[in-house]
Write a protein that binds this ligand. Sequence first.
Ligand code: COI
Length: 356
Amino acid sequence: VPSMTKYQASLATNYTDTSEVVDLDWENLGFGLVETDFMYVAKCGPDGNFSKGEVRPFGPIAVSPSAGVLNYGQGLFEGLKAYRKTDGSILLFRPEENATRMITGAERMCMPAPTVEQFVDAVKKTVLANKRWVPPTGKGSLYIRPLLMGSGAVLGLAPAPEYTFIIFVSPVGNYFKEGLSPINLIVEDKFHRASPGGTGGVKTIGNYASVLKAQKIAKGKGYSDVLYLDAVHDKYLEEVSSCNIFVVKDNVISTPAIKGTILPGITRKSIIEVAQSKGFKVEERLVSVDELLDADEVFCTGTAVVVSPVGSITYMGERVEYGNQGVGVVSQQLYKSLTSFQMGLVEDCMGWTVQL
Ligand code: COI
């Protein structure tokens, strides 16, 4: 563990006394790691209970080469964001949803998980300790990355005897290099992301390593990312590597139903609720790839991507374009409504934000 600077030590003992903001190039934040002052670490032994946990200087952690996570991929992650309001206070968006999703995922991966209360408390502590890294209003957000891993040593295939829960953070801007401009997707025709009975519906780390190959090929051809089809029929939309997908036709918004192979996105769920509250009909169902041909708009949702408009999708060599390469009206309206809640620009009538 690196030693604490005097400044870090003062932050560690007084989380709230950090009104200053770091000097960063806030205009050009992308989605890359910017190391901050602190991270949170808690451990859990065979009794299944997590230690109290501590905020400590950000830095490398020591794990056995035989750790369950390194050898057999026993790990989960989460993602959520903190925004700075114009009055300087900080808002978290639905952190309990991440906590419950981690509990569900941990059950699938045979891991113990922090309780909702432990999780949310740890997120708050980590964000407050790193408060000066939360971008000024309108310049981005602080991306929060909770990790749960089998850190105990194993050799034979079995759940690890010890678990580590870590939270680190990084200020971020737009996820795609296109910024807020529409992205170009290609429907994946060789690889699948998930199959029935697998782990596609939980946020296990292996789901993300396994999509790198298709993503790399697509990027090499100039696409932003790939859109996966279901592994059984090769016909129904699933999701993009890092986000969920929505299709708009005649003001009806459709998105693939959650059925075990699709990540139950918190932004996905929030967009459904926002759209319904605005009077849109929202359908969670099987969405056939053919529906992309005559859709009015397509957009992606995720914590990292927020709401990203899709400008084109290429399927079997045919490219379909949406919204004349501009941002569709429905996508724009939903983006604005969601981010207004996240940034505290409107009253939180949904009860979604947690103020720090
Ligand atoms: C997120 O949106 O928070 C994710 O976990 C996706 C990740 C690939 C950045």
